[in-house]
Every structure is written in C-alpha cells, then in structure tokens.
Design a protein around this ligand. Structure first.
Ligand code: PGA
Length: 243
C-alpha cells in the first residue's frame, strides 16, 4: 500500500519544511501499515530530502525531463532527481497532459528515462468528464496505458494511478462500482501485457479522510495519490495512520 502526496505548485521552502516536519512528528513512534511518499515542488526537494532521510517517508518529483542531458533550458532530468534522493516520479498527470499538452508518447519517453536510472514512475491515466458521459472512459484509459507504458515492466519498476480528471480537486469521486470497473480494466490490461498481476494501482481524485474507507472497499486499490489533502499534515497523517 502506498500513500502518495502530490503537493503540486505549492509550498516555498519554509512551508515545505514545516509540512514535512509536521508529518514526521505525526508518524514518530507510530506503526505504519503503508509506504508514504511526498512530492514537493522541485525547489523544495533538496531540503525535504534532508529532513526525511532515515525516516519512513520517501520523496518523489512531480515530473521529469524528456531529455537526459544538454541544452534544454529549464528542464530537470530523471538522473538529477535520483541525485536529490527521489525514489518516485509522477508522470502523465492529467494537469500536464491537458494544461501542458503532454502526449502519451512524451510520457512513455519519460517513463523510460525514469526507469533507466532506477526511479519508479507513477504513471497517471484517467478520463475526462466528457469521455465518461460519452461512454469512452475505458477506451481512453486503455489507450493511455498502451501508449504511455513501455513494452517491458514489472511490479518493482512502475506504479499506475487511476485519476478520473473530473474527480481531481472537485470533491466528486466515482461510485465504488465505477472504481471497481476501472481497476479491473487496468489490472486486466497489465496482466495481459506483462503477465504479472501485482503492479500497484493507486486511486487519485478528491481523496479525503471521509471517503478513504469507501475507496478501499475496492480490493484492487493499492494506494492513493492525494493532492489537496496532502497539504494538510493532520488529515494526510490520519489517512496514513488508519491504513
Ligand atoms: P486532489 O488531486 O486530491 O486534490 O483531487 C489529486 C491529484 O491531482 O493527484
């Protein structure tokens, strides 16, 4: 079980340190039944990395470059993230696919870059509200899986996150039947493609402490990718401690 906190474009260094220290003290001496990863903005990774060293919290980045090295002003490579102490990188988040025009082909290149240096990509897939209303939700996520994932993959070098776009930051979550259906599609696709059935699949989109139990009633849910609530140390910690 992995509980991942995506901080997005939030937190200066002081705020990031404060949030991290609050999490560390909430988890101190507690028995945790899940892995925890936080995803601060690039600018805070170095400081947060030092704080979480030798703790139960891992860190990751919210994206990485398509490129490995060279004249790509503004980019941050997968290798640089390893250097900072990252274990994970979120790739293909819908905010990048939609607002930054990132294609599944771009995501695939980034996944390869991440895996080549030993970073675990958390590859996001999810349908828009329109896709769902018009009956294409399954086709859309299968297409994203097909184009965003490499030909070889195993349970230790990748994680998938199902995040319906219409559930992100809206307070709406899919019904449990929809979650079950989408997870079974993803699980079936992974099994067929890679012949393994234990690649972790996270759910993301408006997760809070009030809906976690319902989400986990789908047994295929292998963890959570949490946005807004990951900025609230108390609620995020409660979710982790209740697993
Ligand atoms: P949310 O974001 O929890 O604020 O809906 C989830 C995400 O974007 O990963």
């Amino acid at each position: 079980m992995l509980i991942a906190g995506n901080w997005k474009l939030n937190c200066n260094i002081a705020e990031a340190n404060n949030l991290t220290n609050n999490l560390l003290s909430n988890f101190d001496g507690k028995n945790l039944n899940c892995d925890i990863a936080i995803f601060p903005p690039y600018t805070a990774l170095s400081e947060v990395s030092k704080l979480v060293k030798s703790s139960t919290i891992n860190i990751g980045a919210q994206d990485c470059s398509l490129e490995l090295k060279g004249a790509y002003t503004g980019d941050v490579s997968a290798e640089m993230l390893i250097d900072l102490g990252c274990k994970y990188v979120i790739l293909g988040h819908s905010e990048r696919r939609m607002l930054r025009n990132e294609t599944s082909e771009n995501v695939l290149q980034k996944v390869k870059n991440a895996q080549n240096v030993g970073l675990i990509p958390i590859v996001c897939v999810g349908e828009s509200e329109r896709d769902r209303v018009e009956g294409r939700a399954i086709d859309v996520i299968v297409n994203q899986l097909e184009k965003s994932l490499p030909s070889e993959n195993n349970n230790s070098n990748s994680i998938i996150a199902y995040e319906p776009v219409w559930a992100i930051g809206t307070g709406k979550i899919p019904t449990i039947d929809t979650i079950k259906e989408m997870f079974s599609v993803i699980k079936g696709w992974l099994l067929n493609k890679y012949k393994v059935n234990n690649i972790k699949i996270l759910y993301g989109g408006s997760v809070n402490k009030g809906n976690v139990t319902e989400i986990f009633s789908c047994k295929d849910v292998g963890g959570l990718l949490i946005g807004g609530v990951s900025l609230k140390a108390k609620e995020f910690s409660e979710i982790c401690l209740n697993i």
